[in-house]
Ligand binder design. Structure first.
Ligand code: FES
Ligand code: FE
Length: 450
């Protein structure tokens, strides 16, 4: 199998093209990756009131995420325990109970089965309702994000994030109160593999001056070729999470953010985090497997400094070479409604469904997904060669490994090594992050590694 061979070629920076659009790989991803990883479900601000719920997905499993009457957040398989029918069909709403449309079994938003039609007649009153509640999905949260996993033995979310929280805080703690979503997510389907999007948002600063060239040329993207490569790339070994941070030095701290947000960062972040992010022009990150974040400036008036927005996006797999895209605009909770609206407007023009940057990316992503599904793509190797022998920074204050400048493919090799580790670990065994090969081999150790 070409995946087994990939274990040897990946440390040399070679990846079979076929992984990006193969029906068998997709099947394995469902069985071995999405069934065991922590998958993003919702932001707490999407369900602020008791009874609020949203429907979300873990691969092809529909999940109800609900805040119960006591304010506790819970998640359930959206499947009636009688025949498996979807008990909740609306995508969002407020409900104290979910009633199945087939035979009418009724569940409280705590999952409890409370209503069974003709209980006395058809079960002679003997059905043990306690045994037939909705199946809970294990959840945990970080800074307002709700994640779920179908694996009862998975590491805790904290362990799974493995220190990546240090970097996530740039997106999630623009003030002591954190963030909220501005509006419900925008969604659309596209013919591309979810992995290529996750990789791009793991820090592909390489494509920006080419694919998004117009943004530089027309002045919508206030950066220059001279500073574009400055900054850091960091990743958490064996966990797959990675970030690219583009720096423009010499500006006031947290450039492009309104004063309220600059203030918020100073209060909410640690001095180490501030030292990493104060010069950030932009930052783009992926939480393995398929959740990404981007903060970047976009100027509505070409040539002007512009305003920074934050988007959170989920690359939801919908089949081989097909995704459903979910994108939210995250805004700092503590700022004025006017400012939130203005940030949302900038976000929509750059990264909404019709956003200018979005179009550039999907044009490339759909084409490469089609090419990589071609009949011999398992022997067609892709070049993941950047930074193979780079040294990580020794005095970097953040967790994991960090490198400079920020344009490199080191984090992507760690991403695909982590992915491969899930796919090659048989069901029932623990996915061991220490089995992921290093993503770089500094020259002085190269002979030992050969
Ligand atoms: Fe839900 Fe029968 S399938 S009540
Ligand atoms: Fe892009």
């Amino acid at each position: 199998e070409y995946l087994v061979k990939m274990r040897e070629t990946l440390p040399k920076g070679r990846i079979p093209a076929k992984i990006f659009n193969d029906p068998q790989v997709y099947q394995l991803e469902k069985e071995r990756l999405f069934s065991r990883a922590w998958v993003f479900l919702a932001h707490e601000s999407e369900i602020p009131q008791p009874g609020d719920y949203v429907l979300r997905w873990i691969a092809d499993l529909s999940v109800i995420v609900v805040r119960d009457e006591h304010g506790q957040i819970r998640a359930f398989r959206n499947a009636c325990t009688h025949r498996g029918n979807q008990v909740c069909k609306a995508e969002m709403g407020n409900a104290s109970h979910f009633r199945c449309s087939y035979h009418g079994w009724t569940f409280k938003n705590t999952g409890e089965l409370v209503g069974v039609p003709y209980h006395r007649e058809v079960y002679r009153g003997q059905l043990d309702k306690n045994e037939w509640g909705l199946h809970p999905v294990r959840i945990d949260t970080y800074a307002g994000l709700i994640f779920g996993t179908l694996d009862p033995n998975a590491d805790s979310l904290e362990t799974y994030l493995g220190g990546f929280q240090f970097y996530l805080d740039f997106f999630l703690r623009p003030g002591p109160e954190g963030t909220e979503v501005y509006a419900p997510p925008e969604r659309w389907v596209a013919d591309t593999d979810w992995k290529i999007c996750a990789e791009n948002f793991g820090g592909d600063g390489y494509h920006t001056p080419v694919a998004h060239q117009f943004g530089f040329a027309l002045g919508f993207y206030p950066s220059t070729g001279r500073t574009h490569f400055m900054g850091f790339a960091a990743h958490i070994p064996g966990r797959g999470h990675c970030i690219g941070i583009g720096h423009t030095p010499g500006l006031p701290p947290f450039p492009g953010f309104p004063p309220e947000v600059v203030e918020g960062y100073q209060q909410a972040l640690t001095p180490e985090q501030i030292s990493v992010f104060r010069d950030a022009r932009m930052a783009v990150a992926t939480v393995f497997p398929n959740l990404s974040f981007l903060i970047q400036p976009f100027s509505l008036t070409p040539g002007k400094p512009g305003l920074k927005f934050c988007t959170m996006r989920l690359w939801h797999p919908r089949g081989p070479g097909r995704i459903e895209m979910w994108t939210w605009c995250l805004v700092p909770k503590h700022i004025s409604p006017e400012l939130k609206r203005e940030i949302y407007r900038v976000y929509s023009l750059a990264f909404g469904a019709a956003g200018t940057f979005e179009q550039d990316d999907f044009e490339n992503w759909t084409n490469l997904s089609r090419q990589n599904a071609a009949f011999n793509a398992d022997t067609f190797e892709l070049a993941y060669l950047q930074g193979l022998d780079w040294e990580p920074l020794s005095d970097f204050p953040g967790p994991g490994y960090a490198f400079t400048p920020y344009v490199t493919e080191i984090g992507f090799r760690n991403l695909w090594g982590t992915w491969l580790n899930y796919l090659l670990t048989p069901p029932g065994e623990r996915v061991d992050p220490t089995k992921v090969p290093p993503a770089f081999y500094p020259t002085k150790h190269a002979s030992a590694a050969e």
